[in-house]
Design a protein around this ligand. Structure first.
Ligand SMILES: [Zn+2]
Length: 118
């Protein structure tokens, strides 16, 4: 497992919402365990990198979708280039959702056949 998973902007926004709502160590923007007399701002709230163990272990798993996205690494939500629907991409190069990818593959095969005959 990648120790330093990075969140994209959407994931980071969602993570910050989770922290504000659910993190037991969160106190008005500050982190209670890091408070050594002076209040210390929550580091996970300002960094898109997964640096807080508590967040990763106790806060993030409450949002299963977000957790799978971030911890799964290669899987990320993308917008289909054809229908605009959201789909879970297995790689960075995926452009289409399942049904559209299938159609797109069929279209390419058809084009190839046509070019071959032409
Ligand atoms: Zn699609």
């Amino acid at each position: 497992m990648n120790e330093l998973c990075r969140m994209n902007e959407d994931q980071f926004r969602r993570a910050r919402k989770l922290i504000r709502r659910l993190c037991a160590n969160y106190d008005g923007g500050n982190c209670l365990p890091l408070d050594d007399g002076d209040p210390c701002p929550c580091p996970q709230l300002i960094s898109p990198t997964l640096i807080c163990k508590y967040f990763r272990a106790a806060v993030l798993p409450t949002d299963r979708e977000l957790c799978a996205e971030i911890m799964g690494g290669v899987h990320s939500w993308k917008r289909c280039a054809v229908c605009g629907g959201r789909f879970l991409a297995k790689g960075n190069r995926a452009l289409y959702c399942g049904p559209c990818a299938q159609k797109e593959r069929r279209r390419k095969t058809r084009d190839r056949v046509r070019r071959h005959r032409g």
